[in-house]
Design a protein around this ligand. Sequence first.
Ligand SMILES: *C/C=C(C)/C=C/C=C(C)/C=C/C1=C(C)CCCC1(C)C
Length: 251
Amino acid sequence: MIIQITAEIAGLGIIDNSNHISITSFMGFLAMLCSTAFFFFERNSVPRKWKTSQLVSVSITGVSTLYFFLVLNFNMTTGNSPIALKYANWMFTVSLICVQFYLLTKPYGTKPTTLFKMILASMIMLVTGYIGETIDIENNIQWGIASSFGYFYIIFEVFAGDIYMHSRDSKSPELLRAMFFLKILITLGWSIYPIGYMILPGNLLSTVFEVNHIYSFYNIADSINKIGFGLVIYSMAIAETKKYSKAKVHA
Ligand SMILES: *C/C=C(C)/C=C/C=C(C)/C=C/C1=C(C)CCCC1(C)C
C-alpha cells in the first residue's frame, strides 16, 4: 500500500504487488535516496580528516539511487531485469568501497598498491561472475568459484593483510570498532551475493528459488551493504568528534 502510494507520487505508475523485482528495486531506490541526502547534509558534521570518506559514501549511494531508478523503470516497462546494469554499478561501487578501506587506513601507512590490488581482485570477482551469469551460464559453477577467489582476496586484505595491519597500528578505538562492523558487512553482508548467484541453473539453490529471485537477493544486499558502509564510517567520524570536544571541555 505505502509502496503503491509513494510510487505514484514519484510518477512511476502502478507496481505489481507480485513483482518482487520491482518492489525490492523501489525499496532500494528510496533507501539510497534517503541515505544519499543524509550523508550529503551531514558532511559538515564530520571532522575534516574524514570529509573525503563521507563524499565517497555520497557517491556510492548517489550512483546507486540513479541505478535503482533505471532498473525500476526498465523492469516496469519490459518485465526483465538488466543484469549488465547491475554489474556496471558494482564495478564502480565495489571499487569505491575498496577506496573506503584505503582512506580509513591511509593515515596509518596503507599504500596505493594495496588499493590497486583490491580493485584488481574485485574486477576479477565481477568479470568472472558476469560471464557465469550471462555468456557462459552452463558453466556458472566454475565461474562462481573463480569469482570467489577475488572475493577471498578482499577478505584476506581486510582480515589479515595491509588493511588489517594498519588499522591495528592506528590504536584508535573508533577505527577498530568501525573495522569490526565493516568485517561483518564484507563477510555476512557480501555473502548474500554468492548465495543469490547459486540460484542459477544447475547450481546449489536452483531447485529452492525461481531464477528471477536472484535480482531481489542482489537488490536487498545492495541496500544493506552500501548504506551500511556509509553509516559505519559516519558513526566513526562522529565518535571521534565527540571525543575531541570532550577533551576540550576537560582541558
Ligand atoms: C555494492 C555492491 C557490492 C558490495 C557487490 C558485491 C558483490 C559480490 C561480493 C559478488 C560476489 C560473487 C561471488 C563471490 C561469486 C559469484 C558471483 C558474484 C559476482 C555474485
